[in-house]
Design a protein around this ligand. Sequence first.
Ligand SMILES: [Zn+2]
Ligand SMILES: [Zn+2]
Length: 236
Amino acid sequence: MGLRIHFVVDPHEGHIPGILIIIFYGIAIFCLVALVRASFTDPGRLPENPKIPHGEREFWELCNKCNLMRPKRSHHCSRCGHCVRRMDHHCPWINNCVGEDNHWLFLQLCFYTELLTSYALMFSFCHYYYFLPVKKHNLDLFVFRHELAIMRLAAFMGITMLVGITGLFYTQLIGIITDTTSIEKMSNCCEEISRPRKPWQQTFSEVFGTRWKILWFIPFRQRQPLRVPYHFANHV
Ligand SMILES: [Zn+2]
Ligand SMILES: [Zn+2]
């Protein structure tokens, strides 16, 4: 039992500075909070009777699947059965749509998964190439074999996750910089329609609901939509 706790909580037996271990668990907590909140936050579901602000009617349209009015750039998710404002995609990993109100949490989830996986891989490789040879003769064979198996499994999962999430995170970032959702990119709808090109700080601020860049990394907060002129923010 003592050995197991040691392996899970601090497998490096004091070889790695405590602060690095604390940072690791800090990133893990941020990652978990982003995961839970991205899964359970309403992505931007349209109400039955939306109040359409005066002067914005031209930017709304009727969904031909649920017969409800929705702002342009909304999309009907066939899996969830409703329209979502500025929907990016339906994510099976979080079993939720990624839309206007939880896109920021989804990005944080990608970011912290990326960070956590790199960190875990770094620990694994240090352990394998440096710490294991050092203590090899101190351990009985059974423990050594099992430790090695868990570490190989962790390294394999880490590399798989890192490759997958890097691709996803990259396309997500490009999508935000170019202010195009994944659905719009797939349907190529925006190539014909010219939109005012916004600076990246503006597009990220709109997704995260704040201009404070440090807050872009914090999953423990409430998102407030930025007050940008509607036609500028959402008109395609
Ligand atoms: Zn709909
Ligand atoms: Zn959905």
